[in-house]
Design a protein around this ligand. Structure first.
Ligand code: PRP
Length: 182
């Protein structure tokens, strides 16, 4: 068991808990998407560790691709913008797409992304997220699969950062307020 990083006030999700739940959710996706040949789209950077663990639990033929986006959400619908920092390599027209995210917060990023992928002709867009901060949602969007609903705390680790730090921690911890309020 990893020692808790001194900048974390507590551990929210242990490596073992994450592993169990990721396997469980992947089992459902395997059953629901059986017979498909989807493109698994990881949203950089936060999703990388979840992505790597999750796709290894999928037992269907997969193609891998990635996007990096940043959103300037307004908090309310439509007036925010999605900036594409790295686009897909694949043509997704007529393809089933699985979007793999680390966290859904306001929902702005995923709402824009889903719209964009459907406009590009994807036959289906399935959203899988590791974490859902449901109480922060402002957009009318829900993940198709969510591993954990979490409280509105600053979480880091397992891909998630604060100021590009802590992404490689193998668990998800709650960051001490003193770290981001100084
Ligand atoms: C996070 C996360 C989502 C987005 C969710 O990315 O990966 O893409 O924020 O927020 P929303 O639901 O309010 O739109 P972030 O911008 O932190 O980038 P990163 O993954 O590179 O850390």
């Amino acid at each position: 068991m990893h020692e808790l990083h001194p900048d974390c006030q507590s551990m929210l999700l242990s490596e073992e808990r994450i592993r169990e739940r990721v396997t469980e959710v992947a089992r459902r996706v395997n059953a629901d998407l059986a017979g498909k040949r989807p493109i698994a789209v990881g949203i950089l950077k936060g999703s990388i560790i979840f992505y790597a663990d999750f796709i290894r639990c999928l037992d269907m033929p997969l193609e891998l691709d990635f996007m990096a986006v940043s959103s300037y959400g307004s908090g309310s619908t439509s007036s925010g913008k999605l900036r594409i920092k790295k686009d897909l390599d694949s043509n997704i027209s007529g393809r089933d797409v699985i979007v793999i995210e680390d966290i859904i917060d306001s929902g702005f990023t995923l709402a824009c992304l889903k719209k964009l992928l459907l406009e590009r002709g994807a036959s289906s867009v399935t959203i899988v997220t590791l974490l859902d901060k449901h109480e922060r949602r402002t957009e009318d969007i829900a993940p198709d699969y969510n591993c954990f609903e979490i409280p509105d705390e600053f979480v880091v680790g397992y891909g998630l950062d604060y100021d590009e730090k802590y992404r490689s921690l193998p668990y998800i911890g709650i960051l001490k307020r003193s770290v981001y309020e100084k």
